[in-house]
Design a protein. Structure first.
Length: 137
């Protein structure tokens, strides 16, 4: 799934950033960060839902970790949208990419970024047969 997300840049201008979620996004995320994407998304979604001031959240996912989850996912999806060589991504390239954005850009767009990935993982196909009938005897 492809989408352009309007984000605030470091110079104060808004810019449409292309992002693409594919079947390999979770693998690329793990390859780049060393972490499981779905676990990271659950932490981020929990922080979004419950706020960062809750005791439960502060132990599991602080604001810095939240920012890193969202920005890493956005970086991966942006590079996929641009057709970059995903096997050559580096931490230096990631940091340079981050420097292009306003410090709050990822927090402000976290829901849209997560939604883009999650909508890619939810299938749109419909079963041809009724699954209830398949399990009945």
């Amino acid at each position: 799934m492809y989408k352009e997300i309007e984000m605030l840049m470091a110079d104060g201008e808004a810019k449409a950033i292309p992002m693409k979620a594919t079947g390999s996004t979770c693998l690329r995320y793990k390859q780049f960060t060393g972490k499981e994407l779905m676990k990271s998304i659950l932490k981020a979604a929990n922080a979004l839902t419950n706020g960062f001031n809750s005791e439960e959240i502060s132990e599991e996912a602080d604001v810095d970790e939240f920012q890193q989850i969202i920005s890493s996912l956005a970086f991966i999806m942006n590079k996929q949208a641009l057709g970059d060589d995903m096997n050559r991504l580096s931490e230096n390239e990631y940091v340079d990419w981050l420097d292009e954005f306003d410090s709050g850009a990822f927090t402000q767009n976290a829901g849209v970024i997560i939604d883009l990935y999650m909508n890619n993982t939810l299938g749109t196909s419909v079963a041809k047969k009724n699954p209830v009938r398949l399990t009945e005897k």
